[in-house]
Design a protein around this ligand. Structure first.
Ligand code: AMP
Length: 173
C-alpha cells in the first residue's frame, strides 16, 4: 500500500476548530482496516531500530496509534494528558498551539531514569506540543530516541522546535 493511499484517507476540514485552520482528520484513515495496519507498520518500521522502552502519546489522538505501536513493538505506553486528568502526582508544561494555548501533564513516575522514549502524535503543526512532551520526558530522566507523526504540516516549520531530535512523519503537506 502506498503513502498516497493513506493520504487519500485524510480528510481536510476547513475552519475547524477555528476559522482559518484546515483540520487534518485521521478518522477515515483509522476506520479503514488496511490503512490502519499500514500506518502502524510504517511507524513501527521507523521506530523499531531506535529500540524504545516506552511510547509516549499525546492526548488524545496520539493515544490511538501510540498504543498500537507499543503493542506491536513490545513497549510500554505512557499518556501525556490534559491538566486534571491524571490521578497521581504530575509534572506539567504549557505551550502555544497553532490555535490557542494548551498544557499537558505526565505522571511524575511515568518514566524511569534512562528509559528510551519514542514520542508520538498524529499531527506535527507548530511543534509546540511535541517539544513540550519531549521536555517533560527528559525532565523525568527519559532519553528521547525519536519523535514520530502521521502528518506534518511542513509550512508551519514545526521541526525547528524539534532540533536535535530524530523526527519522522509519514505524510507531509
Ligand atoms: P502543534 O503543537 O502546533 O504541533 O500542534 C499539534 C497538536 O495539535 C496535535 O495534537 C494535533 O493533533 C493538533 N493539531 C494542530 N493543528 C492541527 C491540524 N491542522 N489538524 C489536525 N490536528 C492539528
Amino acid at each position: 500500500m502506498s503513502v498516497d493511499a493513506l493520504k487519500a484517507k485524510i480528510r481536510d476540514v476547513p475552519d475547524f476548530p477555528e476559522p482559518g485552520i484546515v483540520f487534518k482528520d485521521i478518522m477515515p484513515l483509522l476506520a479503514d482496516p488496511g490503512c490502519l495496519r499500514e500506518t502502524v507498520d510504517l511507524l513501527a518500521d521507523w521506530t523499531e531500530p531506535r529500540k524504545p522502552d516506552l511510547i509516549l502519546g499525546a492526548e488524545a489522538r496520539g493515544f490511538i496509534l501510540g498504543a498500537s505501536l507499543a503493542y506491536k513493538l513490545g513497549c510500554g505506553f505512557v499518556a501525556a494528558r490534559r491538566p486534571g486528568k491524571l490521578p497521581w502526582k504530575t509534572v506539567s508544561a504549557t505551550y502555544a498551539l497553532e490555535y490557542g494555548e494548551n498544557a499537558l501533564e505526565l505522571h511524575a513516575d511515568a518514566i524511569s531514569t534512562g528509559a528510551r522514549v519514542l514520542v508520538h502524535d498524529d499531527v506535527l503543526a507548530t511543534g509546540g506540543t511535541a517539544r513540550a512532551i519531549c521536555d517533560l520526558a527528559e525532565q523525568l530522566g527519559g532519553e528521547i530516541v525519536g519523535v514520530a507523526f502521521v502528518i506534518e504540516l511542513g509550512f508551519l516549520d514545526g521541526r525547528k522546535h524539534l532540533d536535535g531530535y530524530e523526527v519522522r512523519s509519514l505524510i507531509t503537506y
